[in-house]
Design a protein around this ligand. Sequence first.
Ligand code: GAP
Length: 510
Amino acid sequence: MTKSLLEEVMTVSLRRGILYPTAEIYGGLAGFYDFGPIGTRIRNNLIRLWRTRFVENRDNVFEVSGNTLLPSPVFEASGHLDHFTDPSASCSKGHITRIDQLIEERLKIPAEGKRNDELEAIVREKKLRCPVCGDPLGEVTSFGLMFGTSVGGERRQAFLRPETAQNIFLGFKRVQTAMRAKLPFGVAQIGRSYRNEISPRQSIVRVREFGQMEIEYFVDPDQLDECPLFEELAPIPLNFVTREAQEKAAKQSATDFTSIQISVQEAFEKKYVPNQWMACILGDEVEFFKLLGIPDQAIRFRHMRPEETPHYSGGNFDLEVNLSFGWKEVIGNAYRRDHDLKSHMKGSQKDLSYDLEGAKVIPHVLEPSFGIDRLIYAILEHTYRPQDKTRGWNWFQLPPQLAPYHGVVLPLLNRSELEERATTLYSVCRGQGLDVLYDASGRIGRRYARADEIGIPKAVTIDPQSLEDQTATIRYRDTGDQTRHLISEIPNLLKLQHDFSSFFRLSPKP
Ligand code: GAP
């Protein structure tokens, strides 16, 4: 039987230390994966790129690092305790099924956001049954997605955060006063979030513990159409799925939506998005994606339908990536208005307003929320290259900025003079801050394969000629071509691919 793309990606990932199930030797725990040494390098590189572009290169974005366990009143105020649920139903054998997903998969109709009674009516009418055992399904109820626990001797109720965003709202006043931040400013956080998903699936695409990189941009409600990045981002094209396109597709029972191409400027001026800030956030993401190895045509922004959008939102626009099992949300972009700060003002009885020249203002919030794990899976799938006639192994064409190492140094033969020369080069590269790997074991072809499999862009080989003329070959992962260079030039040649200047050109001054 041929493997699906997901299975192929996972086979290499498991073998090469990118990912593996958590507690695998005890049979694992559904919805939990660990990143291995190679996956951790890729993950760290992704985080580094994100942080460089969206935090360090911006004068008015501040990064915080909050705890993952938060007291219950936080989630009473935010609404998560009452509303952060998924519709579910059990069969007589106790299997729990997420009903909106079951309906979408079986009947190919949108079901997210429908009320439990509406979903139950569909289940009865279409005679949907438990996908595990085929038994009839019971009542559709709301399944709480947060993991709860109790803290200390007094057993105070607390929950693992389902999004990193809440710490940002809780610390808003501290950050604003400590940094003397003036609107508009952003607070960013990279960290872990937890959701007790009813049916985790597709490796790290839907898991119960995952990483998020979120920014809350706090903006004067009167200046939502004055984003400092607009001029730069205005021409960037966006693949955009309107609500109308989704309604049309639903009427025609079509399984996919037509997207249109509009610029950031048009998205704002023709009111596809609620404000200029949102248009810029989408354009900024398109620019970021250029570095990730995911082609432009494989990303689109979908305007979430009303039933998928929280009542307080001024518009949600998911960045979706086309994967082998359909379009999947990888970034949630939301215009949250003043909902969060207002809710926490009410819940905590603390003043979280901003002093705008003597007037008390509750800033409005725009939030791009990146899922780290989903993004890594999307990158792996889009950079995966199956073996072919010229290359007898599967490999990843990872962009050099994401690759786990800049290069690998290989002595061609098991001879001490070659190994000595190779280890010296390896040390020189490391001394210059390059992340290089040294690999002396096995046939050279096998070593090229191992390097390709984890996406290392360049392999440097020290061979007998190196001893005579102080040169070495560089083999390029993408083409398999080789060129010969002076060994003294090699560190610089490995470095060249890491020129970020064009990528990080945006640096607005306040
Ligand atoms: N603060 C807003 C927020 O959390 P979201 O759309 O629920 O918004 C943002 O989540 C991103 O987090 C998603 O686009 C996705 O990449 C990631 N994410 C959410 N649930 C996930 C899960 N169960 N497994 C993996 N990633 C998930």
